[in-house]
Design a protein around this ligand. Structure first.
Ligand code: PXL
Length: 277
């Protein structure tokens, strides 16, 4: 046995029965980044590569209870959100995080991944959820990690060229998060995959090649959870964001087909690379 506790991170997220995205992706990423994963489940989706066929939301009281229970006893060094399902759950999460010292001015680092829709385009919260996310949760975030669809929903800004990402980052920063990471992966005409990090003063580009694979399910979750794992390990925000970018690039490079449509990004790329050397 070890006398030393590893760093721990909490994911507040929904379950994907297909095992590609959601809390399943987050826990795998935490594991492969050397971080113990704690969980507050928000919803159970009935899902495969053909779509989200059904779902059951966890009562807001139980979501908040999970956050309170693990924070009170187990200790955590970072937290993230994924699918939050409803305005009621978002407000309960914001309150529980405030009470548990997650996010805000002096709390543990808190990554809000504003997951708005599933891979298949099924909304994962409604308009009231968007308002609650903007008003209650973003002001608590250490970093928010939207893709360009989520940028449009949160700010109304339509980013069609890389240069516009700066305006989007500034508009998002005004909503209260300390850092904004705008992900440029959806700019299909861009030969590179460039994400933009903004801390209210400085813009930092995180560059990566555009990889040619249809199998990208869970990429956003892998990015946000590797970023969170870096924060749990004590990295400064920019270094943790670079870890997220590096991790997801490798996970996409090792993605595989599974099911009839979009397959998952790989969580075993680190193991595969170790076995090769
Ligand atoms: O990738 C975003 C995401 C997060 N959480 C759940 C999901 C998805 C996408 O399908 O199903 C539960």
């Amino acid at each position: 046995m070890s006398d030393e506790q590893p760093p721990a991170a909490l994911t507040i997220a929904g379950s994907d029965s297909g095992g590609a995205a959601g809390l399943e992706a987050d826990l795998r990423t935490f594991l492969t980044c050397g971080v113990h994963g704690l969980v507050a489940v928000t919803a159970v989706t009935v899902q495969n590569t053909l779509g989200v066929h059904d779902r059951s939301d966890v009562p807001a009281r139980v979501v908040a209870g999970q956050i309170e229970a693990v924070a009170a006893d187990m200790g955590l060094q970072a937290a993230k959100t994924g699918m939050l399902a409803s305005a009621e759950i978002i407000r309960a999460v914001a309150r529980a995080c405030e009470d548990a010292g997650i996010g805000g001015e002096n709390g543990v680092p808190f990554v809000v991944d504003p997951v708005a829709a599933s891979m298949h385009g099924t909304p994962l919260f409604d308009d009231a959820g968007l308002t609650a996310l903007r008003d209650d949760l973003l002001p608590r975030a250490t970093a928010v990690t939207p893709n360009l669809d989520e940028v449009r929903l949160l700010t109304g800004i339509e980013v069609t060229r890389r240069e516009r990402m700066r305006d989007a980052a500034v508009a998002l920063h005004e909503l209260g998060p300390r850092h904004v990471l705008v992900k440029g992966g959806h700019l299909a005409d861009d030969p590179e995959c460039v994400d933009l990090l903004y801390d209210g003063t400085t813009f930092t580009e995180l560059r990566g090649p555009r990889l040619d694979t249809p199998h990208t399910h869970g990429a956003g979750d892998a990015m946000a959870s590797a970023f969170t794992a870096g924060l749990a390990r004590g990295m400064p925000v920019a270094e943790a964001a670079r870890l997220g970018k590096w991790y997801v690039g490798n996970a996409v490079r090792h993605s595989y087909p599974m099911g009839a449509k979009v397959g998952p990004v790989s969580a075993f790329w680190r193991i595969a690379e170790e076995n090769r050397s």
